[in-house]
Design a protein around this ligand. Structure first.
Ligand code: HEC
Ligand code: HEC
Ligand code: HEC
Ligand code: HEC
Length: 202
């Protein structure tokens, strides 16, 4: 009994230390449509990567070709929101529901699409705005935002360094696809709305 408990504890600590994507909803190693049995390969490849999206990290998944998403707007929005930028297109290549999950490594004939609450769709007007420049000028214009260049994210550096992509807000500003420690792949635990309050001065 003692030994079994020790082994369980070791497995637990190993998972906490190094395996945050393992067993998460982005671990497709056990899905029937992924015969490789691997995790990373659904999204990345060490060679012959897809260069359709500039700045993509060794990308291996078929990329969405949707050109015109319905964008967020409101009477008080100060940012100039554009069509999804590079990093967000990578997420939308599964989450807009137009590209099959198993379409990676050159496959384009898949039939398994994202469903349920994880389906973001091509109308992103009901989602937090993405794909715009968030800088000191926007913070000043808005009056209720921290300056991302000088405000700590709590993750080691500034909001700009840790959460923005070339100064732009994208899906991965709030999410880390590889790390489910906070649930929902959130970069910052949102208890007490800590994620929101990192950027919003409310
Ligand atoms: C479901 C898709 C998906 C899976 C599976 C995945 N990644 Fe990623 N990865 C992404 C996306 C999207 C980005 C770009 C956004 C970002 O940087 O957060 C990225 C970025 C990266 C980066 C560069 C940025 C960084 O975080 O350092 C590395 C390195 C990386 N992934 C390694 C891996 C490894 C290793 C695995 C397997 C253990 C893996 N990824 C599995 C989607 C995925
Ligand atoms: C290879 C396809 C793929 C890519 C690329 C991908 N996802 Fe996902 N993601 C999924 C699937 C499939 C699910 C839902 C799995 C389920 O419901 O069992 C999911 C679930 C999620 C969830 C919900 C997690 C939960 O616990 O309910 C979040 C949040 C998420 N993804 C964010 C992202 C973001 C942000 C990106 C890009 C940075 C991204 N994903 C890229 C396929 C993908
Ligand atoms: C400003 C921060 C922020 C941005 C930007 C953002 N998300 Fe999220 N997302 C969240 C939070 C917070 C949750 C968890 C909500 C909850 O717990 O109900 C979430 C939840 C999700 C879920 C799970 C929904 C569910 O109910 O199962 C998915 C999928 C997702 N996000 C994908 C994306 C994608 C794709 C993008 C870019 C198009 C994106 N997110 C941009 C903060 C963000
Ligand atoms: C990485 C920084 C960041 C995070 C994290 C973040 N936001 Fe935002 N959010 C912004 C920026 C920048 C804008 C654009 C504000 C503007 O231009 O008026 C924005 C816009 C909004 C808007 C629309 C404002 C309008 O005038 O239409 C709301 C509402 C909002 N965020 C709520 C949230 C909530 C709730 C959370 C947490 C779940 C959150 N945000 C997390 C940076 C962030």
């Amino acid at each position: 009994m003692k030994n079994i408990t020790l082994v369980s504890l070791m497995i637990l600590f190993t998972n906490i230390g190094i395996a945050q994507i393992t067993g998460s909803k982005h671990d497709f190693s056990g899905n029937a449509w992924n015969t490789s049995g691997q995790i990373c390969i659904v999204c990345h490849t060490p060679h012959n990567a897809d260069l359709t999206v500039a700045t993509a990290p060794l990308w291996n998944h078929d990329i969405t070709s949707v050109a015109a998403y319905t964008l967020y707007s409101s009477a008080t929005l100060d940012a100039t929101v554009g069509q999804p930028g590079n990093e967000s297109k990578l997420c939308l290549s599964c989450h807009d529901g137009t590209v099959a999950l198993e379409n990676f490594g050159g496959t384009t004939s898949g039939t398994n699409f994202i469903t349920g609450s994880a389906l973001v769709g091509t109308d992103i007007s009901d989602d937090h705005p993405i794909s715009f420049v968030y800088d000191a000028a926007l913070a000043a214009a808005d009056g209720g935002l921290h300056d991302p260049a000088t405000t700590s994210s709590g993750l080691g550096s500034t909001i700009s360094d840790d959460m923005l992509f070339a100064s732009r807000m994208e899906c991965a500003s709030c999410h880390d696809v590889h790390d489910n420690v906070n649930g929902m792949f959130l970069r910052i635990n949102n208890a007490g709305s800590a994620l929101c309050l990192t950027c919003h001065d409310k």
